[in-house]
Design a protein around this ligand. Structure first.
Ligand code: UN1
Length: 496
């Protein structure tokens, strides 16, 4: 296929970063496109193939020892320079992110700055503790627990945070001395190339980072590679489980962040205006394409009608459109397959008796140029309904509602899911907030704020089937990307 770039935004040539060089791939031809204007190519070229995986792994193996022995402060300096480059380019790269992923300009720029913040956090980690020293039961001895990198880690990342999720895997992996081979989602190659470019410019030695843009087979080849020492994955539950099984069969440590079906719970005493604003942001920011997005709402009977009115009004005021326009508040979803799956979920719920508060129909706009738009949609499910939209992650701007007759019923409904990533609880009563902390089976709980969001210094990850293996970020990242050596240290002379 020949791609003719538009004059305004020429398509970029797909390149992979292997052994410190930018190379064409040896896989099949691929074009990524703007989800708001699918006829506009963003990047095109050859994907990575098996020989590229071999080369990236071989150069990572060759580089890992030198990087592991580089002082943590020097490694940190590379990450701090990367942070500065991300900050300098936040506006331009944020715009590219909006164009290739579909989130808004503000979210795109915010995400590049968030990646910078993550690199800055881990760049400063050389100053933090590097192990523990214990006393020994034996005279003349101390016991030290030191940390060492795993070696070569694979990083497999999704489309929905093209630079922040890679940052929160790659920054700690590098900070703690690992070499990284990274396979981003092939729908967002441009931002992946930008991040690798930033690390290269910041002085990362050749081979310490490999970037392979390609299909799922590249991730499978990574996890099956005999030289791989660890794997960090974020994406769908199905892929996460099969990578986890492959990693386990080889004894390779894995962290897998997978789906969510996150509930917002609005209790009768909540500040309804605050709750409506936060639920709207949690459900529809980034078109609901976050594993932490609010996709279920449980509202106390006593305030349900008033709350839903408020929520509908705010939702209908959202400006949906081309994400590269400043006024836009919600863009498209990533591709046609995603849009079709979301539409099937909505249609299925309606067929099972759900009522539509707003949205639902395929989004039609003269200006939309065939973009993958879905209207922000709110569905109220009949009592006791466990429709597909209630159980399964649709990864789109769809919120399903059920009413609860008591606080306990609300918590039970929130826990009625195989997933347990995050939840948002709205109440002004500290007793009920404490109750929610005990009752809600989630890895992340927001009390009076939306269900999405993460910070680099605290653990991120889910309970139940949302996560597998150690959590991400903060101290958990250090624990995942290193192993410990327990050292029994005595002096070198025989006692007199
Ligand atoms: C956020 O809530 O800001 O894939 C981050 C995801 C999550 C990241 C969420 N791993 O959506």
């Amino acid at each position: 296929m020949t791609i003719i770039p538009t004059a305004e935004s020429p398509a970029v040539e797909l390149q992979h970063f292997i052994a410190g060089q930018w190379l064409q791939g040896n896989g099949s031809a691929f074009t990524s496109s703007n989800p708001a204007r699918p006829d506009e190519a963003v990047a095109h070229g050859l994907q990575a193939g098996p020989a590229d995986v071999e080369n990236a792994m071989a150069s990572a193996v060759a580089a890992k020892h030198g990087w592991a022995r580089t002082p943590a402060h020097e490694r940190g300096a590379v990450l701090l320079r990367t942070a500065a480059i991300l900050e300098d380019n936040a506006s331009a790269w944020g715009r590219e992110l909006a164009r290739e992923e579909g989130k808004t300009l503000a979210e795109g720029q915010g995400e590049v700055l968030r990646a910078a913040q993550i690199f800055r956090y881990y760049g400063n980690d050389g100053d933090r503790e590097a192990g523990t020293i214990y006393s020994s039961p034996r005279r003349g001895e101390k016991i030290l627990v030191t940390r060492k990198p795993l070696g070569v880690v694979g990083v497999v990342t999704p489309f929905n945070f093209p630079i922040a999720i890679p940052a929160w895997k790659i920054a700690p992996a590098l900070a703690y001395g690992n070499a990284v081979v990274w396979k981003p989602a092939s729908t967002v190659p441009l931002l992946a190339m930008r991040l690798a470019q930033a690390l290269e410019t910041a002085g990362l030695p050749a081979g310490v980072l490999g970037l392979l843009i390609g299909p799922g087979a590249v991730g499978t080849a990574l996890v099956e590679h005999p030289a791989l020492d660890g794997l960090s994955f974020t994406g769908s539950t199905g892929v996460g489980r099969s990578l986890a099984a492959a990693a386990a069969s080889r004894g390779v440590p894995i962290q897998a962040e997978m789906g969510g079906k996150n509930a917002a719970i609005v209790l009768a005493d909540a500040d309804l205006a605050l709750a409506a604003e936060q639920v709207m942001l949690g459900a529809f920011r980034s078109s609901g394409q976050k594993c932490t997005a609010t996709s279920r709402l449980i509202v106390a009977d006593a305030v349900a009608d008033e709350f839903l009115d408020e929520l509908r009004t705010r939702t209908e005021a959202l400006v949906v459109g081309d994400p590269t326009e400043h006024a836009t508040e919600m863009g498209p979803v990533i591709n046609d397959g995603a849009r079709a799956a979301i539409q099937r979920g909505i249609d299925g719920a309606l067929a099972q008796g759900a009522s539509l508060l707003t949205g639902g129909l395929p989004y039609v706009d003269e200006e939309a140029n065939g973009g993958y738009f879905v209207a922000p949609t709110i569905l109220e499910l009949p009592a006791a309904s466990r429709a597909h939209v209630w159980r399964e992650e649709l990864f789109g701007p769809v919120l399903s509602i059920r009413r609860a007759s008591s606080v306990q019923a609300a918590f039970d409904l929130a826990n009625d899911s195989e997933f347990g990533l995050s939840a948002a609880l709205f109440t002004q009563d500290v007793t009920l907030a404490l109750e929610g902390m005990d009752e809600l089976d989630v890895g992340i709980l927001h009390i009076n704020s939306e269900s999405a969001g993460a910070d680099p210094h605290v653990p991120f990850g889910g309970a139940k089937k949302s996560g597998y293996g150690p959590k991400e970020q903060g101290q958990s990242a250090k624990e995942f990307y290193t192993h410990t050596t327990t050292v029994y240290l005595r002096g070198g002379q025989a006692p007199a």
